[in-house]
Design a binder for this molecule. Structure first.
Ligand SMILES: O=c1ccn([C@@H]2O[C@H](COP(=O)(O)OP(=O)(O)O[C@H]3O[C@H](CO)[C@@H](O)[C@H](O)[C@H]3O)[C@@H](O)[C@H]2O)c(=O)[nH]1
Length: 467
C-alpha cells in the first residue's frame, strides 16, 4: 500500500487545510492511503479535536495517528508561535516511532508532507530516506517572503521592529518593516532563530505544496518558480493546489436561521480566526461602531484574554455578553444584529447569500474562504503573519479595505463604523466586491478539471514516482 503521511501543526488554521488536502488526494487518487500524525495538546488550538473526530467518523480512508502529548509549562513561552515549535521539537522521537510503525505495518511511505512548524521532522525523515514535502498553510506571498528571509537576515543587524522602513523582496509589494511576519520582527527572539532555520529548510525539501491558486498570487508564484527568492541554491518545485476549505463546520446553527431572514448582501460578518481575542475595552468600541453604523451584523465574540499567565493557552470561558458589551447594546440592535459566543460555522456563514462583507484578522484560511464565496473584506490583523497578509490583501490584491489603528494599536468605534459602512454601502466596498467576485470565478476555474490547481496536484502526484 502506498501511504502518504501528513504531519500538520496542531493549530486549527494549520491542521484543517492539510487534512482537506489529504481528502483531495484520496478523491483524485484513491489508491493512496493517508495517515495523519496529530498532536492534540492541552493548550487551546481551536476546535481541532472535534474536527479530527468528525473526519475520522466520515472519512475512514484517512487514519489519524495520535502522537503522545508532551506537557509544557506555558509560563515559559511568550506566544503560541513559541510553544508550538518546542512541542514539535520534543515530539521528534515520537514521530520517528510513528513512521517506523507505519512501515512495519507493510506500508510504503511515498511522501512525508509536513507543516512549516514541523520542520524539525525534516532531517529525521531524510535519514529514513523519505521524500519530504512541505504543505504551506499561508499564501504564496508569505512563502516568497520566508524563502527570501535568510537573504534579508544577512543584510542587516537591526530588527524589523526597529527599522521603520519598507522591505523590498522579489515578487512582493514593499512591506512596511513593522508589518513583517510576526515571528521575524525581533532578531533576538528564539522564534526568530527558529523561523530562520525553517526558512532554510523549506528550500531543502522535495517540493512545497501551497494552499493558494496561480491567478491569486501570480507575481509571488513566478518569483519563487524563477528561483529569485532563493538565489544561491535551487528552489524546490511549488504546487499551488488551493483553495482548500473545510467542508464541515462546528458552531451555532441559530445564526444561520437568523441569516436566512436578512436581505441579500446586507450583513457584515466579524470573526477573528480560531484564537483571536480582544480586551473588553476594544469589544465595547466594536459594539459602539457597529451600533453607530446602522449596518446589519453577525459578530463572533469571545472572552478577553486572561490576566493570569498560566491561563493564556487555555480555551476562553464562555463570554458574559451583559458584562462585556455596552449596556442595552443587544436589545437596541436585536432587529439587525446577531452575536455568536465563541465559534460560528464560518464556511457556511460566508457562503450565505445575506453576507455582504467580512471583518477578518487575515488568517489565510479565512481569506480563502472569503475569496471562495466572493466576499469582500476589511483587514484587521492581530498576530502571526496577519499584518503581512493585510498589506498584500489591501495593496496588491485589492480584496480588502484596511482598518486603521490608533497609535496604541487599538481601533476606535468611529473607524469600525466607517469601514463597515464603506464595505456594505460605499463605493470603496463596491470596488473590492467587484474584485472579489472576479477572484471567486478564478478560484472556481483553478479547481475545475484542467484548472491550474488540478494540474498542480497531478504534477505533484507524478513527482512521487508511483505511476
Ligand atoms: O468562529 C469561528 C472561527 C474560526 N473558524 C474556522 O477556523 C479557521 C481559522 O483559520 P484562519 O483564518 O487561517 O485563522 P487562524 O486560526 O488564526 O490560523 C493560523 O494559521 C493560518 C494558516 O497558516 C494563518 O494564516 C493565521 O495567521 C494563523 O493565526 C477557518 O477555517 C475558519 O473558518 C470557524 O469555523 N469558526
Amino acid at each position: 500500500m502506498s501511504t502518504i503521511v501528513l504531519y500538520p501543526s496542531p493549530g486549527m488554521g494549520h491542521l484543517v487545510s492539510m487534512v482537506e488536502f489529504g481528502k483531495l488526494i484520496i478523491k483524485h487518487h484513491p489508491s493512496f492511503s493517508i495517515t495523519v500524525l496529530t498532536l492534540i495538546p492541552s493548550f487551546n488550538t481551536g476546535t481541532t479535536a472535534a474536527y479530527v473526530r468528525h473526519t475520522s467518523a466520515t472519512f475512514p480512508t484517512i487514519t489519524f495517528h495520535h502522537l503522545p502529548d508532551i506537557p509544557l509549562d506555558p509560563n515559559l513561552f511568550p506566544s503560541t508561535e513559541g510553544i508550538v515549535p518546542e512541542l514539535i521539537r520534543q515530539s521528534n522521537p515520537n514521530v520517528k516511532h510513528a513512521l517506523q510503525s507505519i512501515i512495519s505495518s507493510s506500508s510504503n511511505i511515498v511522501a512525508f508532507i509536513i507543516d512549516l512548524f514541523c520542520s524539525p521532522a525534516l532531517t529525521l525523515a531524510e535519514k529514513l530516506n523519505f521524500r519530504v514535502y512541505y504543505f504551506f498553510t499561508s499564501g504564496a506571498c508569505c512563502l516568497a517572503q520566508l524563502l527570501y528571509f535568510p537573504i534579508l537576515d544577512k543584510t542587516t543587524n537591526q530588527s524589523f521592529k526597529d527599522m521603520n522602513t519598507l522591505i523590498h523582496s522579489p515578487g512582493l509589494p514593499p512591506i512596511p518593516s513593522l508589518d513583517m511576519i510576526g515571528p521575524l520582527l525581533d532578531r533576538t527572539s528564539t522564534v526568530y532563530a527558529a523561523f530562520l532555520e525553517f526558512s532554510n529548510l523549506l528550500a531543502k525539501s522535495n517540493g512545497i505544496i501551497v494552499n493558494t491558486f496561480d491567478s491569486m498570487e501570480p507575481k509571488a508564484i513566478k518569483a519563487i518558480a524563477d528561483g529569485v527568492c532563493v538565489p544561491n541554491t535551487p528552489t524546490p518545485p511549488i504546487y499551488c493546489v488551493g483553495p482548500l476549505l473545510a467542508t464541515v463546520g462546528d458552531g451555532s446553527r441559530e445564526c444561520l436561521n437568523w441569516l436566512d431572514l436578512q436581505p441579500r448582501g446586507s450583513v457584515v460578518y466579524l470573526c477573528f480566526g480560531s484564537l483571536g481575542v480582544f480586551s473588553s475595552d476594544q469589544l465595547k468600541e466594536i459594539a459602539k461602531g457597529l451600533e453607530m453604523s446602522g449596518v446589519r451584523f453577525l459578530w463572533v465574540v469571545r472572552s478577553p484574554p486572561s490576566d493570569k499567565k498560566e491561563d493564556r493557552f487555555l480555551p476562553p470561558p464562555e463570554p458574559d455578553l451583559d458584562v462585556l458589551l455596552p449596556k442595552g447594546f443587544l436589545d437596541r440592535t436585536k432587529d439587525r444584529g446577531f452575536v455568536v459566543k465563541n465559534w460560528a460555522p464560518q464556511v457556511v456563514v460566508l457562503s450565505h447569500k445575506s453576507i455582504g462583507g467580512f471583518v477578518t484578522h487575515c488568517g489565510w484560511n479565512s481569506v480563502l474562504e472569503a475569496v471562495s464565496f466572493g466576499v469582500p473584506m476589511v483587514a484587521w490583523p492581530l498576530y502571526a503573519e496577519q499584518r503581512f497578509n493585510k498589506v498584500v490583501l489591501t495593496e496588491e490584491m485589492k480584496l480588502a479595505l484596511p482598518i486603521e489603528e490608533l497609535k496604541d494599536g487599538t481601533v476606535s468605534a468611529v473607524e469600525v463604523e466607517k469601514r463597515v459602512r464603506q464595505l456594505i454601502e460605499g463605493d470603496e466596498g463596491k470596488f473590492v466586491r467587484e474584485i472579489s467576485t472576479m477572484t471567486k470565478e478564478e478560484a472556481t476555474l483553478a479547481l475545475s478539471d484542467g484548472g491550474s490547481s488540478r494540474v498542480a496536484l497531478s504534477k505533484l502526484v507524478a513527482s512521487l514516482g508511483c505511476f
